[in-house]
Design a protein around this ligand. Sequence first.
Ligand code: GLU
Length: 477
Amino acid sequence: MPPEPSSRPVRTRFAPSPTGLLHIGNVRTALFSALFARAGGGSFVLRIEDTDRARSSAAHARALMEDLEWLGLAWDEGPASDAPANDYYQSQRGAIYEHHLERLRAADRVYPCFCTEGELKLERKRQRAAGEPPRYSGRCARLAPQASWRRLEQGEAATLRFRVPRGSSVVFDDLVRGSQSFPTEEIGDFILRRTDGTPAFFFGNAVDDGEMRISHVLRGEDHLSNTPRQLLLLEALELPAPCYGHISMIVGEDGAPLSKRHGSATVADLRGEGFLPAALLAYLARLGHHYEDEGSFEFAELARGFSAERLGRAPARFDRAQLLHWQRVAVDRLGAEDFIAWGFAAEPESPPGAAREAFVDAARPNVLLPRDARHWAGILFAKDLALSAEARRALAEAEPRLLVTAARLAADGVTDYEGLSAALRRETGVKGRALFRPLRAALTGELGGPELARVLALMPPERVAARLRAAAALRGG
Ligand code: GLU
């Protein structure tokens, strides 16, 4: 008997099929697997399940590795994004699958099936009409084995099917969902090898988990019903079976499975919007997993607090506000240089060199995404200023003398916050909100934003004077 997974070294894996971009659901599975491995002092393996030749591509495999690398989700074993395919690509593991098929053949656990797609479709239709669950009838299981293998060897098209033992149950403890039991009567003999010679998902996936000595598999709950098949296979192959944990699906705010129509659904989308990898990791680690320490942020901290026992069974609701909360934390942790590189990747000339650090200090609290950084750089450093409707209203409502006086003071060189506000208070009697709102509106065109003192310090005196002059003119002063 192979040893129990709990007594083996912890080895988890992420086994994506490279058929598209990495989406949030998949990357959360990868993250949970990586956290589980780290928490247990084990290894995290990456395996590319590219047996579906028509739908898989090397470009998608590369892209998903680049996404994982960008996120900082390093794998201990697996392919490299800049190297040719190796043993961690299922497409390179044909000999291993053939070896195990031979073993199953020797034990009479596998048989060729000559049923055509059309016949199988008809069979499923009949079953559905009779109110039965669709499953293979076992027709070819009853053919004489020797004759069947001969037909296959002579070139007749056939799949290979696993003989599912009848009259028993597959019982296992799911790490998330607890005790599970599936009667084998409900499992039809399933395909291990397709007619084109490629391994079917159940087979490649189970063989590789066994061969790679994976101790724990965390994957989406859509795979729960596959698990009894894979356990039967592993048992027949005398390969060590992992402990499986099926994690709840992710839904949008409307309760429907998360998809493109909920906004950014792929890592590439979120990266394109400017989300920082650390923010995504800290948020995804909480999507369906509860942390006792609400502040855990770095990967090592997230791993320390991670436990399969704290994975939820209910669907996890994707909440952009929560993601933005973690983005806030991540943006606050960026060094000034990194902040500029992130915020202005598309405009390396902006903001002006000498003002960079002061700009970061001033703008950071108002910046969650690079577009916010560019927005504030535009307001502070561009010559022209567009006034929002609210800003115009604030100017229209300002005490009549305020803006004219401010413009005069600025023209006389009083453009620092302390000096300007003290002089305005003295000369006009205006203070508090009635003073700062119109000033802010005049200088930034908006009513919210960075501290006024920092805004004034960042703007050249002549621009302060020009904006106050323009505002005074608009006010009719
Ligand atoms: N290639 C499968 C998928 O992407 C892997 C499932 C699993 O993790 O076992 O859905």
